[in-house]
Design a protein around this ligand. Structure first.
Ligand SMILES: Nc1ncnc2c1ncn2[C@@H]1O[C@H](COP(=O)(O)OP(=O)(O)OP(=O)(O)O)[C@@H](O)[C@H]1O
Ligand SMILES: [Mg+2]
Length: 315
């Protein structure tokens, strides 16, 4: 796989102004009427849209889960930094319009600037480019979206951000199989999705819905990541399987998709996210960071293998 050289990616910051983006609509709680928006039926939701191609981004990968709170944002953040550490040019897009957590996890609350071409310029932190709906809306503001507004905001994020050339755009989704995932998969040709789960049966059962949704939308599943797999004793490094062992691995076998790896349940992982310095950036030599690094390598391998398969198919 050919990556951009380190340093190349940050050279391209265009002349910027401190304007806020001219078209990006910031939704405040008070703008939201009490009226329930009529939900479009599934036929309408799947109406074809003009695709946003993002030709300068090699791999566009959604990080999804069937269930909330399994660690998608934690995994997306640490995975993005791990990929940057192995030499890739990486962007991280927080598409969780309901509860954006990437700004907190990356320790950044600035507003992005706008280029003379009226594109949003991603912020750069821990060597990756970031864009989040959370950069646009105050943290305490309720993010209640009308369906069409959400749809256009997500499309706008995808088309109006000047990502430059990237090897990876990692896209952190809200939990479940709702509007954001649907809009995203209709708007851009995703390379694939990775599904994050925890080992408990209750989470694994939800993986099925996530897999089914992406399959139905024609998005390849690149693999499953099991988070909070085991507890690693900080004193003796002994592994304790708090939940069921190998749940994610068995589930990936059942669905015939790759198992990308396990991340330990660990207080440092949680604290690091809260402090805005993800563990991979703050403690790169830790066993927890090694686990994220192994997942990044595995994802790389899966993508390389699928590229080779495509070449064979073309021949
Ligand atoms: N491996 C881990 N060890 C310890 N804590 C973790 C781990 N992974 C995630 N957490 C913690 O669990 C909480 C939920 O994680 P996170 O926000 O990443 O989940 P999520 O799936 O993105 O949630 P949501 O569905 O709400 O978007 C956070 O406080 C995070 O720090
Ligand atoms: Mg999240």
């Amino acid at each position: 796989m050919k990556f951009l050289k380190k340093g190349e990616k940050n050279k391209e910051t265009p002349n910027s102004t401190t304007q806020s983006h001219p078209q990006l609509k910031v939704i405040s709680g008070s703008e939201v009427s009490g009226k329930r928006t009529q939900q479009p039926n599934p036929q309408q939701q799947q109406a074809p849209q003009q695709n946003i191609t993002l030709p300068n981004i090699k791999y566009k990968i959604a990080v999804a889960s069937g269930k909330g709170g399994v660690g998608k944002s934690t995994v997306a953040t640490n995975l993005a930094i791990s990929l940057a550490k192995i030499g890739a040019a990486v962007g991280l897009m927080d598409a969780d319009a309901y509860g954006p957590s990437i700004p907190t996890m990356m320790g950044i609350q600035d507003k992005p600037l706008t280029s003379p071409e009226r594109k949003l310029i991603p912020l750069v932190r821990h060597d990756i480019k970031l864009m989040s709906i959370g950069f646009m809306v105050p943290e305490e503001q309720a993010m209640i979206w009308r369906g069409p507004m959400l749809h256009s905001a997500i499309r706008q994020f995808l088309s109006d951000v000047d990502w430059g050339e990237l090897d990876y755009l990692i896209i952190d989704l809200p939990p479940g199989t709702g509007d954001v995932a649907l809009t995203l998969t209709q708007a851009i040709p995703l390379t694939g999705a990775v599904i994050v789960t925890t080992p408990q049966d209750v989470a694994l059962a939800d993986v099925r819905r996530g897999v089914a949704m992406f399959e139905r939308l024609g998005v390849p599943i690149l693999g499953i990541i099991e988070n909070m797999s085991y507890f690693l004793c900080p004193h003796c490094n002994e592994k304790t399987e708090i939940f069921r062992a190998d749940g994610g691995k068995n589930t990936s076998e059942r669905f015939g998709v790759a198992f990308l790896g396990e991340i330990p349940l660990d207080a440092e992982v949680c604290t690091a996210g809260d402090l805005g310095v993800p563990i991979v950036a703050g403690h790169p030599a830790s066993p927890q960071s090694a686990a994220f690094g192994a997942v990044a390598n595995e994802l790389n391998t899966v993508l390389q293998e699928s590229a080779e398969e495509d070449e064979l198919t073309i021949l």
